[in-house]
Design a protein around this ligand. Structure first.
Ligand code: FE2
Length: 250
């Protein structure tokens, strides 16, 4: 299927056309105050208000110099006890994410994106064993993070890297918290495939075009379809992150 050209943010004007063409289509970019996206771009990329179901608490993330953040899709299973009432702060089915650049770093920190659907489809021919793992093996999505989150999430979140919602949307997951299921007899193979996936993704990352978000600019991503990451940076960097769920999730 032929893909429509992706809107090019002003900061990407100097990028070669071949680089901007490789950006995933479910991308919406608002360059910042004073700019207005076209109605066409907004309608194509943004979930309509009638499809919005839930916003999760926005978070401001500061980093004062950091290594790279590798390709991933945002999601987490996080429920907090607030005055005795369980309150969901993050959801494994956050199917869209908005990322606003609040303060750019002194150097580095360029962003990159990839269309995960295409990655999986290409993987079927390029590495059938990895494709079988992504589409057929159950894993614990956030198990590696549990000890760092004061015991959360308490229950394993069992899922596959590639799944479909009841409405037929494809979910392609990628996170650093994935571990084999508890007492899974296939754990050694699962660990080997997770390592292979990580190496494949790192190799892919190296060839992706980079772009530098302008302060105030907002990136809206289809979190089921895209993976995002950024390079290492020096100096303070801050982004505001808002995840949400639409009626297409689950
Ligand atoms: Fe992220």
């Amino acid at each position: 299927m032929r893909q429509r050209a992706v809107p090019v943010p002003p900061c990407m004007d100097t990028m070669p056309a071949s680089a901007t063409r490789s950006l995933p289509p479910p991308l919406f970019w608002w360059p910042g105050p004073g700019a207005r996206p076209s109605g066409h771009d907004r309608a194509r990329s943004c979930p309509s208000s009638s499809r919005l179901r839930r916003f999760f608490p926005p978070r401001l993330r500061h980093s004062g110099g950091s290594g790279p953040v590798h390709l991933h899709a945002d999601s987490l299973d996080l429920v907090m006890d607030v005055g005795g009432v369980p309150v969901r702060h993050r959801d494994p089915d956050e199917d869209h994410v908005l990322i606003q650049c609040v303060h750019g770093p002194a150097s580095g920190g360029a962003s990159f994106l990839v269309e995960a659907y295409r990655f999986v489809d290409d993987c079927r021919a390029a590495d059938p064993e990895l494709w079988e793992f992504l589409t057929g093996a159950d894993v614990d999505l956030y198990g590696a993070w549990a000890p760092q989150l004061r015991g959360l999430p308490a229950a394993p979140r069992v899922a596959r890297h590639v799944e479909y919602t009841r409405t037929g949307r494809r979910i392609v997951r990628r996170a650093d918290g994935v571990v084999p299921l508890h007492r899974d007899p296939a754990a050694p193979q699962v660990l080997a495939m997770l390592d292979r996936l990580a190496k494949t993704v790192r190799t892919l990352e190296d060839g992706l075009p980079r772009f530098t978000p302008a302060e105030g600019g907002i990136l809206l991503l289809d979190n089921y379809r895209c993976r995002h990451g950024r390079d290492a940076h020096t100096g303070e960097r801050a982004v505001r992150i808002l995840t949400l769920r639409t009626s297409d999730a689950r």
